[in-house]
Design a protein around this ligand. Sequence first.
Ligand code: HMG
Length: 425
Amino acid sequence: MTKVNWTGFSKKSPQERIEHLKKNALLTSNHLQDLQANKLLGLETANQMAENVLGTFSLPFATAPDFLINDKDYLVPMVTEEPSVVAAASFAAKIIRRSGGFQTHVHDRKMIGQVALYDVPNVKMAEQKILDSSALLLSQANEAHPSIVKRGGGARDIRVEAKEEFLIIYLTVDTQEAMGANMVNTMMEALVPTLEELSEGQALMAILSNYATESLVTSECSIDLRFLSRNKEEAQNLARKMELASRLAQVDVYRASTHNKGIFNGIDAVVMATGNDWRAIEAGCHAYASRDGQYRGLSNWIFDEEAQVLKGSLTLPMPIATRGGSIGLNPTVKIAHDLLGQPQARELAAVIVSLGLAQNFAALKALTSTGIQAGHMKLQAKSLALLAGASDSEVGQVVSQLLEAKHLNQETAQAILHKLRNIKN
Ligand code: HMG
């Protein structure tokens, strides 16, 4: 397949972008028509997805081109309200592609459920009895959700841990293409009577854990310094500073939080676009960021002086789904999966983690060179101009004056627009 040319994509209008997708056969004709007609989530479907529904709530549905992941091209759908996030992802994708793109590794793809027992009279004996009954418990879990067994998945493993006054039973489940929350919850609840009988204790709760340590995914890239800057010394200096920025996020929790927020600018945007549960992903990843007791930056950047490359890597729990939940209901979500080429869950997880790494690269590069404001504020200014009511023909002038102004806010944008219009009249 010949590579699609994405140069200037960002400068096109939404209709022209859709035409570009059409010309390059990147969407099925049904989905193209839906996009062109701006067909959004209907009220009837929305009313099935949540309770007490009054209407629907729209956000920009965008796409970041030029992602090369495991030698395959991706156009990544993103839903975000924040200016510069999609631009930054696209910018990073372009640079990383020139150095061979992203390489990913899906360590495993299983979910974990837990039953917490309390008032267990003899913890050691209960632990042993539960472990001795593993086969029975696994078959009870599978009987509670037989359809997943037919699809090749099902309960795989039982682990028991005593923590303070609790005896906790962890069940590992292969959920195939689903995120598996309902499936795992059903299985966990089905185990409660047997666990109570075996332990002679009480079950406090039975629920899926969002700390998906059995669904880790790693994305890596290795960026040739030539693509950081044409000036060798400047490129080396930048690579060094990006490594330092990554180390800062390892040692300072104030920085780690912002560092990871930048990663989630991208991750959340794709997770939302693909109809997945972004709260679950956030919760799991932030727990993973604190796995050794201190909250740390999730990505790592190392300047390899000998090879003259900047190496980046990001490992996250990514229990993402391609089936179930709202995925089959929301028309825009269906378009997102189409844009990605209908990937399987493992492939989608690899794309999402790569996007997080790209997002982090763009943010750290900006932070350690021009500062975040230069690029961010250029785009922020555009939002302010539009919010102030500037028309297409006025936006450019309002943005350039806003960037010169002392205070970049809506009030200034309105004042600039007002002045412009008064001059014209
Ligand atoms: P630039 O060098 O001015 O970009 O960077 P450019 O105008 O030379 O364009 C280069 C390419 O970038 C374009 O190629 C696009 O791919 C992309 P082209 O299409 O022209 O062939 N690009 C765009 N794509 C779509 N729409 C646009 C657009 N502009 C460029 N309007 C850029 C500009 C904003 C990319 C850069 O300054 C950047 O990456 N900045 C970082 C922005 C960022 O991280 N924003 C997130 C919000 S800030 C935050 O919340 C996170 C943070 O706190 C996290 C942390 O602290 O770690 C920062």
